[in-house]
Ligand binder design. Structure first.
Ligand SMILES: NC(=O)c1ccc[n+]([C@@H]2O[C@H](COP(=O)([O-])OP(=O)(O)OC[C@H]3O[C@@H](n4cnc5c(N)ncnc54)[C@H](OP(=O)(O)O)[C@@H]3O)[C@@H](O)[C@H]2O)c1
Length: 258
């Protein structure tokens, strides 16, 4: 058993019904304390309350944006709340995303700005904070794990394939994938495990039900992904021993046909 309390930090929890929140719940069940970063202070507070009610040490760190300065302040607050003498950051998920689905000629400078902030600036800033922290961690050799920590990025079909209305969204997601691959190469030698998950399909979330008018595929786990299914894969990544690490996962529902 490790001598520290493991801590997970998640950036991007939306309305509390998607992948970010499911990952917080899944790692909490594995004994992690939880730091939650997101823009929506209200839904962040509800998730914090829910986790605390089940006995989890969870704390919300709302940010106004995913710019470097905001994320740096959030990480300083996390370090104050979860001091290194007691807690050790061992898992991190960059799940934040800004969705733009428009033909190219309708894309505005504001769309590009939002994509850049969420997928590029935020991804870089989050990774810098997490990796700087991991560099100070002892290698955890419990069960032959051999790692200082795992850093996971949530991707999408658009991480590897652009399409008619995804030029902006795909550009951001491609960038995150490139970042994660480069980090996996650069920091593997430090026993820091970096992973990227291509989520190739629709994730069933409350905001998706609202936005896409409750599509029938949401009622079938053969045709759409549950946040719980994805978070189980993230727990699996965290538990992978150093001799057989996955950089990239490709997650899709059983009846995928696109
Ligand atoms: N939903 C899908 O069908 C789908 C498919 C493939 C890949 N993905 C990717 O999977 C990750 C997780 O997505 P998720 O759908 O499961 O949701 P989630 O975990 O609840 O995360 C939602 C993320 O989207 C942001 N966001 C932007 N617009 C939003 C809105 N209108 N309502 C709520 N949140 C909004 C949130 O920011 P704050 O937390 O800062 O508020 C948060 O970063 C994202 O990186 C996404 O690109 C999603």
């Amino acid at each position: 058993m490790p001598s520290f309390k493991p801590l997970l930090v998640v950036a991007g929890v939306g309305k509390g019904g998607g992948t970010g929140a499911a990952t917080a719940r899944a790692f909490a069940k594995e004994g992690y304390s939880i730091a939650l970063i997101a823009r929506g202070a209200d839904s962040l507070k509800s998730l914090e309350d829910e986790l605390r009610a089940s006995g989890v040490e969870a704390t919300a760190f709302p940010v106004t944006s995913y710019e470097h300065v905001s994320l740096r302040s959030a990480f300083q607050a996390i370090r104050n709340r979860y001091p290194a003498q007691q807690y050790s950051l061992r898992a991190a998920l960059y799940n934040a995303s800004h969705w733009v689905r428009k033909p190219f000629l309708e894309i505005t400078p504001e769309d590009i700005q939002a994509i850049t902030e969420t997928s590029i600036n935020g991804g870089f800033a989050f990774a810098k904070e997490v990796i700087s922290e991991y560099k100070n961690n002892e290698i955890d050799n419990t069960d032959g794990l051999g790692k200082r920590g795992v850093l996971i990025f949530t991707g999408a079909t658009a991480s590897v394939r652009g399409n008619t209305t995804t030029s902006a969204f795909a550009a951001g997601k491609f960038a995150l994938r490139a970042l994660s691959q480069s980090l996996a190469k650069e920091f593997g030698k430090d026993n820091i495990h970096v992973s990227h998950a291509i989520v190739d399909g629709a994730i069933v979330t409350p905001q998706g039900r609202e936005q896409f008018n409750n599509p029938p595929i949401y009622d079938s786990q053969d045709q759409s992904l549950t946040p719980e299914g994805i978070s189980a894969a993230y727990v699996y990544l965290a538990k992978q021993p150093r001799s057989a690490w996955t950089w990239e996962l490709d997650l899709r529902p059983a009846h995928e046909k696109w």
